[in-house]
Design a protein around this ligand. Structure first.
Ligand code: UT7
Length: 333
């Protein structure tokens, strides 16, 4: 049985920021690239359009742009950052980390910086790591970034995946909680036995990039859509419930649920299970597609900007992604 874990919050989201590339690619334009149509994409996923970054724009550029907005709102300068934690499935290079590139772009000379690879759950894993670093006394001000140039890893000849994803970045400044606001509960889980349902088989250490990898296109994202769908619904329902119980709150107390944005049908199933009416669930998958770990911080930032959540609001965030990984939290903004 899930038990409440009542603790005073140790870390707080002080501000958020986001960056989305300007270029909009509609479902109609996707239909000129692969054999698909607006009706199929909209009815199966809820996606109408997505943003695609220019060739020159990297994951670090997008993260730095989102970070600058969050830092400006928090009144935090680059030298105030003790750490930069960065989630991405699309690092600009395999070595060194994209977090170090963001550090250089921001001029955050006092920070330690590292990447982690927990796919779509990355922003929530990042918030939990930030909380832990603050609780251990290692840091006071942390930048959590999630940045994804999914257009660089999808197979643009595979209609079953390329229509689903988009590019973007979100960021949050996290500091020590002092007034009861902050992260009230966190839940994280993984199941590595299901890795091959959503993965990039080639291009890493086990199957280094060579002509055979390029020939069979195994460096691109492969997904067993329906199997992932079922696991996503199951895991997100479990995660939503666990975060609520651990925080000692019920869904009627939640002002806004901000779920990972992969598919509106997954969001609706999770909301129904968590007893959250859709008017208290933030959805933007129609405009951005699935931006992997950037989806939640972009959605949260938009929701705050629209006044759907603000200081004092109780927010439930829930995510699921490759790994598999899943995670959730309840946060008092
Ligand atoms: O971000 C983290 C994890 N990702 C997810 O959570 C995604 C989870 N999966 C999904 O969202 C859904 O499974 C998809 C949207 C990927 C697919 O929806 P589905 O209802 O599960 O469709 P399906 O894969 O069962 O495909 C049904 C049909 C197939 O044709 P046949 O075999 O029935 O003739 C596909 O070939 O739809 C066809 N199809 C398409 N048709 C037009 C697949 N992709 C497309 C397409 N346009 N883009």
């Amino acid at each position: 049985m899930i038990q409440p874990i009542p603790t005073a919050p140790r870390a707080r989201l002080v501000s958020t920021g986001r960056f989305n590339p300007e270029r909009v690619v509609t479902n109609a334009e996707m239909a000129t690239i692969v054999e698909t149509n607006d009706e199929w994409i909209t009815s199966r996923t809820g996606i109408r359009e997505r943003r695609i970054a220019s060739k020159e724009t990297g994951a670090a550029d997008m993260a730095a742009a989102a970070a600058r907005v969050a830092m400006e709102r928090a009144g935090v300068g680059p030298l105030d950052l003790d750490m930069i934690l960065l989630s991405t499935a699309t690092p600009d290079r395999l070595l060194p980390s994209t977090a170090c590139d963001v550090q250089a772009l921001l001029g955050a000379r006092n920070a330690a910086a590292y990447d982690f690879a927990t796919a779509c759950s990355g922003f929530l894993y990042g918030l939990s790591m930030a909380e832990a670093h603050i609780a251990s006394g290692q840091a006071e001000t942390i930048l959590v970034c999630a940045t994804e140039k999914m257009s660089s890893i999808v197979d643009w000849t595979d209609r079953t995946t390329c229509v689903l994803f988009g590019d973007g970045a979100g960021a949050a400044v996290v500091q020590r909680a002092t007034d009861g606001r902050g992260i009230l509960s966190t839940y994280m889980k993984s199941d590595g036995t299901l890795a091959e349902l959503l993965w990039r088989p080639g291009g890493g250490a086990r199957m280094p990039l060579d002509l055979s990898v390029l020939d069979d296109r195994s460096h691109y994202v492969k997904m067993a859509g329906p199997e992932v769908f079922k696991s996503a619904v199951r895991a997100m329902c479990e995660a939503a419930e666990t975060a609520l119980v651990r925080a000692g709150v019920t869904s009627d107390q939640i002002d806004l649920m901000v779920p990972h944005q992969a598919n509106v049908r997954i969001i609706e199933s999770t909301a129904k299970y968590a007893k959250m009416p859709m008017d208290r669930v933030y959805v933007n998958v129609d405009r951005y597609g699935n931006m992997s770990s950037a989806s939640i911080p972009v959605a949260l930032d938009e929701a705050v900007e629209k006044g759907l959540a603000g200081p004092g609001s109780l927010v439930l965030m829930v995510a699921f992604g490759a790994g598999f990984t899943w995670a959730s939290n309840v946060v008092r903004l």
